[in-house]
Design a protein around this ligand. Structure first.
Ligand code: HEM
Length: 232
């Protein structure tokens, strides 16, 4: 076997990781419609929308971030359904951003109202607002036109989502404590799962000599920022 042939299997994961993102068809428009319907039903006197919109946002974020980062790590990351999800990461990211917008609107309407603006001066909404600013910036630069305009800066910018995850997690924990609710909800566990995933991924990559991924540093920076903001 030639040296080139011997190195072929090693290069496959790298090529798979570069698989282009598909537009995802009706995925994000369907999520936009669902998020709007959830807000309208809540506004018409139905069940509150803050919790369900947070849960849908976390689900979309997990599906957007995990499959693409599983691919260099082993066989599971290269199986069909995981690759299909990884190719739809852009539509899933847009869906997550839309759900977060709906969540912020619901959170403000249901928990603060026009007369409760003073209650916004608390680490919980401040952390949520900071995470939201980042996620909305990423949403606004998700279009093909923005991607072309930003060129090589586009990917590092989109990676900032990993910085927003610990901020969202700290916000969720503090908001639940403040509302007197359980902290261990599926949405909070999902965000915590993303931080744990980043740590496990870092450990696995280092064991395989794959180096430290940029997003691991962003998660660490996000955890530090969240701790500082939560304690001030
Ligand atoms: C200005 C922006 C935001 C506002 C006003 C806001 C408001 C709130 C409020 C009031 C709650 C408490 C709900 C309850 O316990 O009943 C909450 C929970 C939560 N928020 Fe936010 N939020 C914002 C942004 C975000 C962002 C950007 C994220 C994610 C990155 C996020 C993730 C969560 C999660 C996961 C929960 C817990 C929901 C649950 O456990 O059911 N929030 N938010």
């Amino acid at each position: 076997m030639s040296a080139a042939a011997r190195t072929l299997p090693r290069t496959r994961p790298a090529r798979a990781a570069a698989a282009p993102a598909r537009d995802g068809g009706l995925l994000w428009p369907a999520n936009a419609a669902l998020a709007s319907a959830t807000l309208l039903i809540a506004a018409a006197g139905g069940p509150p929308a803050t919790g369900p919109t947070a849960l849908a946002g976390v689900a979309a974020l997990v599906l957007c971030l995990v499959p693409g980062n599983l691919r260099p790590l082993g066989r599971l990351g290269r199986c069909g359904p995981v690759r299909q999800l990884a190719r739809r990461r852009r539509a899933l990211g847009i869906s997550a951003g839309l759900w977060w917008l709906a969540h912020a609107a619901a959170g403000l309407a249901e928990h603060f109202g026009v007369d409760g603006l003073a209650r916004l001066a608390h680490p919980a909404p401040a952390l949520g607002a900071l995470a939201l600013v980042i996620l909305v910036a990423l949403l606004a630069t998700s279009t093909t036109a923005a991607r072309r305009r930003l060129g090589r800066r586009w990917k590092p910018l989109q990676r900032l989502v990993w910085f927003a995850v610990p901020l969202g997690l700290a916000h969720a924990v503090l908001a639940s404590l403040r509302a007197g609710d359980h902290v261990l909800t599926p949405a909070t566990v999902g965000l915590a799962g993303l931080v744990v995933f980043a740590a496990a991924e870092l450990w696995l990559r280092r064991r395989r000599g794959l180096g430290v991924p940029a997003h691991a540093r962003l998660v660490a920076a996000g955890v530090l920022t969240a701790l500082v903001l939560a304690l001030v």
